[in-house]
Design a binder for this molecule. Sequence first.
Ligand code: SF4
Length: 240
Amino acid sequence: MSVKINIAGIVPFSTVDLRDKTAIVFFLAGCPFRCIYCQNYEYLDYKNLVELDEIKSMIDRAKEFVEGVVVSGGEPTLQDKQLFNLLKYSKQKGLDTEIQTNGYRYGVIKKCLPYLDVISMDIKAPLRKETYSRICGIDEKVAETVIKSIKKIFDLVNETKLEVKTTIYKEFVNFLPDIKEDIPEGIDWIIQKGYVERIPPGNEEKITELREEEIKKVAEDLANDRRNVWIRTESGDNKI
Ligand code: SF4
């Protein structure tokens, strides 16, 4: 039976997405969120249905050049069957796998877990429904569901498989101490620079980009009693 997958983009060779390994990256279309700073906003309503077998053939060819497969988005858990299928296929081919997710669907993560090496999950704001709904452009009921899902993922996933990412702008710096409290100790926390040039048109006035030195300073203050804090900027990943 023909199975299709909605693919918004492909990066054939990445050195920055799968920890210290090279990877092919697939961006799956669609996301239930509308984050104020979404850097992939063109993917949210994208439509490009491709045969799943075509993507598997691409993985077969990529295997000669890369060590892993990363599935990003949009929100990849929305296409749950296709995602499961792709991850399982990649592992069977001996490749490492990573998913980049907003943590929205715990059940899908749980099902895919045996075929995942890395779960890279966003924590966009303190885990309170009012703030989460405002930053992610979702209503509070949905925010509540997402927060529950994220907490269950914390309980489910071994800390070596899980890393969490927070995209930072000047207006969100005050969130960081509360976010720090929300993330269990032992999990890598990546504070990554947000870039204004990539956000949805019309939102430029709402958020302010930080310089690398400013992010480093903020992260150093947060890391004083916590291990595993990283920053991700134009210079790459650096442990604080
Ligand atoms: S969750 Fe990610 S893909 Fe979805 S709107 Fe937010 S930033 Fe964009």
